[in-house]
Design a protein around this ligand. Structure first.
Ligand SMILES: *Cc1c(COP(=O)(O)O)cnc(C)c1O
Length: 384
């Protein structure tokens, strides 16, 4: 696929999609089929069996690749399916250096599924990218970075990580779920592979679970595509259609997520009952300057704790919200409130969690695109 050079909003609506050649339908049809008829054995239109390829999915893969300025894209049946395929590029004895403040499911998969197969993981504080160098040895093959981190919104310097990766021949992977391609394009900053939980901002409507990988490296793409088809974590055409539709408003949604996020972050920061607050848009955020240089805006993800609050008091506040919904996940149009220690990050041992700042009283918000006055009023009545 050739690179699409149009601007983001145009790509979000058109990239990878052509009117249907048989009917002129402007929307890519949902090709609900498992197989394709061949003219004679081996002669077909590029589609043989739908685990390998489906036209609705191909349109989506090309669209997401275009949004990340990538040549190649693949969609998976979940973000975890995408991460699983990336780690399967490695072999027993290989080592991975990963961000310490990591999505809980990634941590669980790395330690519980892949460590028993002989792949070793180091979980490293990357606030200063130089820390990474202390963990590199002859077996190190991959650098896995999540930024902003989940849930403490640390910012990791993608360019500095790319430099370290190049010097040491590592495959540099960025989980770009939190920023979305609208706010950050890691491949442009030197990453080799970007993965997404498409479930979040890309899908955007809390109705699909999906993942994606994009890259400009043909060899990595071919390895991933081989694993994709061989292992089979591929999404169906209906879900692909829903995400194609969701992405058409990604830029508009993201602008509102950022706008509402800023108002709420500032409201919480000024609130006398709020103790710690994590949002990369504050000038006193430890890596604010890096955030400013590698992101277009700061997003709608915010974490905070209440002053001197016990776990019970934190839970009481969390169950008082009425516009925010108490739920896992993020990136949908609805505002969500999450308690990482018991919800998204429950699979990380308490000691590891707390080292990364994920205490039992930490609350994470995914600020949606409702009316800001209703969101503020809701927090006001819940926090008191
Ligand atoms: C949700 C999430 C994942 C996992 O994606 P699923 O679609 O739930 O499988 C990976 N990374 C991050 C940062 C996430 O938020």
């Amino acid at each position: 696929m050739n690179k699409d050079t149009s601007h983001f909003a145009t790509k979000a609506i058109h990239a990878g999609q052509e009117p249907d050649p048989t009917t002129g339908a402007i929307m890519t049809p949902i090709y609900q089929t498992s197989t394709y008829v061949q003219e004679y054995p081996g002669k077909h239109k590029g589609y043989a069996y739908a685990r390998g390829k489906n036209p609705t999915r191909s349109a989506l893969e090309n669209c997401i690749a275009a949004l990340e300025n990538a040549e190649f894209g693949l969609c998976f049946s979940s973000g975890q399916g995408a991460s699983d395929a990336i780690i399967k590029m490695l072999r027993p004895g290989d080592e991975v250096i990963a961000t310490n403040d990591l999505y809980g499911g990634s941590y669980r998969m790395f330690t519980k599924i892949f460590e028993p197969f002989g792949i070793k993981f180091h979980f490293v504080n990357m606030y200063d990218a130089k820390n990474i160098r202390n963990f590199i040895n002859a077996n190190t093959k991959m650098l896995w970075v999540e930024t902003p981190t989940n849930p403490t919104m640390q910012i990791i310097d993608i360019k500095a990580c790319a430099k370290i990766s190049k010097e040491n021949n590592l495959i540099f992977v960025v989980d770009n779920t939190f920023a979305s391609p609208y706010l950050q394009n890691p491949l442009d900053l030197g990453a080799d592979i970007v993965m997404h939980s498409v479930t979040k901002y890309l899908g955007g409507h809390s109705d699909v679970v999906m993942g994606a990988t994009v890259t400009n490296n043909k060899d990595y793409h071919e390895k991933l595509a081989f694993i994709h088809n061989s292992c089979g974590a591929t999404p169906g055409p209906m879900d692909s259609f829903l995400v194609l539709r969701g992405i058409k408003t990604l830029h508009v949604r993201m602008d509102r997520h950022c706008q509402n996020g800023k108002v709420i972050a500032e409201y919480l920061k000024a609130h006398p009952k709020v103790d710690k607050i994590y949002w990369p848009g504050f000038p006193d955020h430890p890596n604010h300057d890096i955030a400013k240089s590698q992101m277009r805006d700061f997003g709608g993800m915010i974490s905070f704790t209440l002053k001197n609050a016990t776990v019970e008091e934190t839970f009481a506040m969390a169950s008082k919200v009425r516009v925010f919904c108490l739920a896992e996940s993020l990136g949908g149009v609805e505002s969500l409130l999450n308690h990482p220690a018991t919800m998204t990050h429950a699979s990380i041992p308490k000691e590891e969690r707390e080292k990364a700042g994920v205490t039992d009283t930490l609350i994470r918000l995914s600020v949606g695109i409702e009316d800001i006055n209703d969101l503020i009023a809701d927090l006001k009545q819940a926090i008191g």
